[in-house]
Design a protein. Structure first.
Length: 655
């Protein structure tokens, strides 16, 4: 790019050796000093646009003063090479002063507009710098655009040359309006501005290259970090499931014997409900650390989802594999200690083998998942090895879930009632609500099957509320008929997790004009002992009676019974069935009844089927009895008949 006319260059080549040797170096040295000053000024504060403009103006002024102080020969040379007649002109000192004054006037008049044009170029350079920064920031947000953004940065670096060409055109325009001699002088000064802009461009280029390299280094580090994050779990720093599949593919291609261990922590969410998610996360980290410390170096460990871990084991010895799996399972089930609290976490372990059970990494992990589900559903205390029958059960379960979903949507639900009688006279004082489905698949119509499915899929919420609405509507009818009975409703832990469950139940009692103390909320022993739901306390405050169902089959924590006294305690039927055949079971039932009586808790014995059982339980102090001896679960219509008979005969003993 040329900043001086071609004529200037041809005449300069014809000048004397003295001019070329002396004047040239002086100009270059002066411009270099000015450029250095500009560069230092730019580097001092490259983020301030106003300071850059002031620096350019100051540098131009200093260069103008330096040119005025040049030798007589240099002054003559400037005038000679810029004249049209090619004459060697010499000016006296006064003429030079006059020329300088005229030039100053010209500079005063034209410099403002010229500086505006220079300022516009500087603005453009600043925009380029900002664009560069935005490109860098955009890359940090989206590393995948690296190639496109690099191309954009190259375009940014190439732009200043076009801006300088535009400035030179503006300089020529300003110079055309002056007289011949002074025009050449103005052109020289304008060239100084152009040269300063070149220096600024070089500074920008150096800055751009330096920061581009820094950016590339930073983006390489950032890219490595992004790749690491994409491959690892954020909580445990273990591999993700998808990355584990990639790592396993290499081993599968080599046809190595591989086992997939699927660890599933079944009750770790309970800690999150009672102590908060921070404890949940700490438990996950501890479990991951235990597996990491115990696994072999060649094995690959990853966190699958939630509370699940997968370990790929290289081994062809099934016995050694089983021993290894049992060791890991025992280690991870040891008590967890956090902030002075101890937690017992149950773990289910499913195992699958390549190539016996699968021919790909994804299939291998799927089979291990199925085996873990089987171990969890059967509550196995040992590892479960995959078998094809497990897949069939999973398929069946999927079909059942879909049928359950349809049944809930279509209201294919039936409720029955089992009477609860007072042991002293066998009068019906209460009923327990039991739920049945009326689908075309008999296998899922009973609570032992569909209740776990409903809890697992979340269908327990609409199912439970439907049962409550229909049951309380029947209770209202019986109360209006003069039968002052209570009603026991089984509540799932998942229902208690709903924030508005207590509000829903309270409003339902209000709508049916039923006192809340006539409603017994039956909770399993483990759910009651955990005492982790704030809705539990809200139930008590709302007036609902709390009943512990199946007492003796869970933790039987006497300390909790003394702290959170329920209104009712139900002895599990397994104890009732065996108490007449085992002195130990009889003594256990007697102890449970004595414990409840000491706490003024009402005792209900369920599963009574013989008169001997009824006689013994009555003698031990049981208040309420329930079982086939008194009545099977019946429909609302049949219960109407039983209540009517009891009222008419006023003889409860015959019930």
């Amino acid at each position: 790019m040329r900043f001086f006319p071609l004529k200037f260059q041809r005449l300069a080549a014809k000048r004397t050796l003295l001019v070329n040797v002396v004047a040239g170096p002086i100009l270059l040295l002066t411009l270099a000093l000015a450029g250095l000053a500009v560069e230092m000024s730019f580097l001092s504060d490259q983020h301030s646009l106003l300071k850059r403009q002031q620096t350019l103006a100051d540098a131009a002024a200093r260069l103008n003063i330096a040119l005025k102080k040049q030798s007589q020969y240099w002054q003559d040379y400037l005038l000679d090479v810029n004249s049209d007649k090619n004459l060697w002109l010499r000016f006296r000192q006064q003429e030079r002063d006059t020329l300088a004054q005229a030039n100053n006037l010209l500079v005063q008049v034209d410099r403002n507009q010229l500086q505006k044009d220079v300022r516009s170029i500087i603005y453009a350079l600043e925009i380029l710098r900002i664009s560069y920064q935005e490109s860098r920031s955009e890359h940090l947000k989206s590393p995948s655009n690296f190639i496109a953004i690099n191309q954009q940065i190259r375009r940014i670096d190439e732009t200043p040359s076009a801006l300088i060409e535009d400035l030179y055109q503006k300089i020529q325009f300003h110079a055309s309006s002056t007289s011949e001699t002074l025009r050449q002088r103005a052109l020289l000064m304008s060239g100084v501005f152009a040269l300063l802009l070149v220096i600024a461009t070089l500074i920008y280029s150096r800055w751009s290259c330096r920061h581009t390299q820094s950016f590339l280094n930073h983006q390489a580090q950032h890219q490595q970090r992004v790749e690491w994050v994409l491959k690892h779990d954020y909580l445990t720093d273990l591999l993700t499931r998808s990355e584990l599949i990639v790592e396993t593919e290499n081993k599968v291609e080599q046809r190595q014997s591989l086992y997939a261990f699927h660890f599933s922590l079944s009750n770790i969410k309970d800690a999150a409900h009672s102590q908060g998610h921070s404890v949940h996360d700490q438990l996950i980290r501890i479990a991951a650390r235990r597996l990491t410390n115990e696994k072999r170096a060649q094995d690959i460990l990853a966190r699958s989802i939630g509370e699940e871990f997968i370990l790929i084991v290289e081994d062809d010895d099934e016995l050694a594999m089983r021993s290894y799996a049992k060791k890991l399972l025992n280690n991870i089930e040891e008590d967890f200690s956090i902030a002075g609290f101890r937690y017992q976490i149950a773990c289910s372990l499913g195992i699958s083998h390549f190539p016996t059970h699968a021919d790909s990494p994804s299939e291998l992990l799927r089979c291990a998942d199925i085996a873990a589900v089987q171990a969890r559903s059967l509550k196995l205390q040992s590892p479960s090895l995959y078998s094809p029958a497990m897949s069939q059960r999973i398929t069946q379960k999927t079909e059942w879930v879909e049928q359950l979903r349809t049944a809930v949507a279509n209201n294919d639900i039936d409720i029955v009632f089992q009477p609860q009688v007072r042991m002293s006279d066998r009068c019906i004082t209460g009923i327990e609500v039991l739920t049945r489905l009326t689908t075309n698949t008999p296998a899922i119509n009973f609570p032992d099957v569909f209740i776990p499915l409903a809890e697992e899929t979340g269908l327990i919420h609409p199912l439970g509320r439907t049962v409550c609405r229909r049951a309380l509507a029947e209770l209202k009818r019986w109360h209006q008929s003069g039968y002052d009975i209570s009603m026991a409703i089984n509540v799932s832990p998942r229902q208690l997790e709903s924030d508005d469950f207590v509000e829903f139940l309270t409003q339902l009692c209000h709508d049916h004009q039923l006192p809340t103390h006539k409603i017994d909320i039956e909770l399993t022993e483990s759910n009651y002992i955990d005492h982790r739901h704030r809705q539990f306390d809200q139930l008590r405050k709302a007036g609902f009676r709390i009943s512990i169902d199946d007492f003796g089959t869970g933790y039987s924590n006497l300390g909790y019974l003394s702290r959170f006294v329920p209104q009712q305690l139900k002895i599990d039927k397994s104890f009732i069935n065996s108490m007449t055949h085992s002195d130990r079971r009889y003594a256990l039932v007697e102890s449970i009844i004595g414990l409840a009586k000491n706490q003024a808790i009402e005792v209900v014995a369920e599963g009574i089927e013989t008169e001997i059982q009824a006689h013994l339980l009555k003698r031990l102090g049981v208040d309420i009895g329930q079982g086939y001896l008194f009545s099977r679960p019946v429909s609302a219509t049949t219960l109407d008949t039983l209540l009517t008979q009891q009222a008419n005969t006023q003889q409860c003993q015959s019930v």
